[in-house]
Write a protein that binds this ligand. Structure first.
Ligand code: C5P
Ligand code: MG
Length: 216
């Protein structure tokens, strides 16, 4: 299977769809947001530097992000992967192609998960996550946990992400407005871009993602 890049506004379901790609097709799921949050959790020098930035919803320095990603790609070399949450700037997109050139595999498809701002915000407002990676939405009947506040999968307590609030959301969505136009154009010109409407059921979206990967 081809490597996949998922770009999308916040709460479009990048993580959910990546986990399905992992489960059904053996993809390595590389979440840029998770790589950054792991640095924070481990209190590394990088983590201490970026904690406030992530909390505010702003973007971490491009070169720092690219270095973390490059290390991860080296670690999983030879495996097929889906990249979630990267690139978020045109510079990241261009540098990524250089890194792939060095690593010797430049084959990928880009899927843009399209969602409007109001729906994205509604999802953010209702989202609860578990440390096992599963996420829920308390406002949607089929996405609620069976027992309020508890993960169906592992029984741990669900929490709200610290950047899932109105103020950070505004900043995160502004990042989309400021950067995603040029990114989409960059990939469209390369003939690598596909757009998928994600204001639909998870299964329908996943079906289109698989079609997008296969029919290239
Ligand atoms: O993708 P996710 O919503 O998990 O990203 C969380 C945060 O991580 C972003 O709001 C941003 O602060 C940071 N991030 C970044 N650059 C990326 C991906 C994520 O700065 N390429
Ligand atoms: Mg995510």
């Amino acid at each position: 299977m081809r490597n996949v890049i998922l770009i999308a506004p916040p709460a479009a379901g990048k993580g959910t769809q990546s986990e399905l790609l992992k489960k059904e097709y053996g993809y390595e799921h590389i979440s840029m947001g998770d790589l950054l949050r792991q640095e924070i959790a481990a209190k590394t020098p990088v983590g201490l530097k970026i904690a406030g930035i992530i909390e505010s919803g702003a973007l971490v320095d491009d070169d720092l992000t690219i270095t973390l990603l490059k290390n991860k790609l080296q670690e999983i070399k030879g495996k097929h992967y889906c990249l979630d949450g990267f690139p978020r700037t045109i510079y990241q997109a261009q540098e990524f192609d250089k890194v792939l050139g060095e690593l010797g595999n430049e084959d990928y498809v880009v899927l843009y998960l399209d969602l409007n701002e109001d729906v994205a915000y509604k999802r953010i407002a209702g989202r609860l996550i578990c440390s096992c990676g599963k996420s829920y939405n308390i406002f949607e009947e089929n996405l609620k946990p069976k027992v309020a506040g508890i993960c169906d999968n592992c029984g741990k307590e669900l929490v709200k992400r610290s950047d899932d609030n109105a103020e950070s959301f505004k900043t995160r969505y502004q990042v989309v407005l400021d950067n995603f136009g040029p990114i989409k154009e960059y990939y469209a010109q390369k003939g690598k871009l596909k757009i998928i409407d994600v204001d639909r059921d998870v299964d329908l979206i996943f079906h289109d993602i698989i079609e997008g990967i296969k029919n290239d």
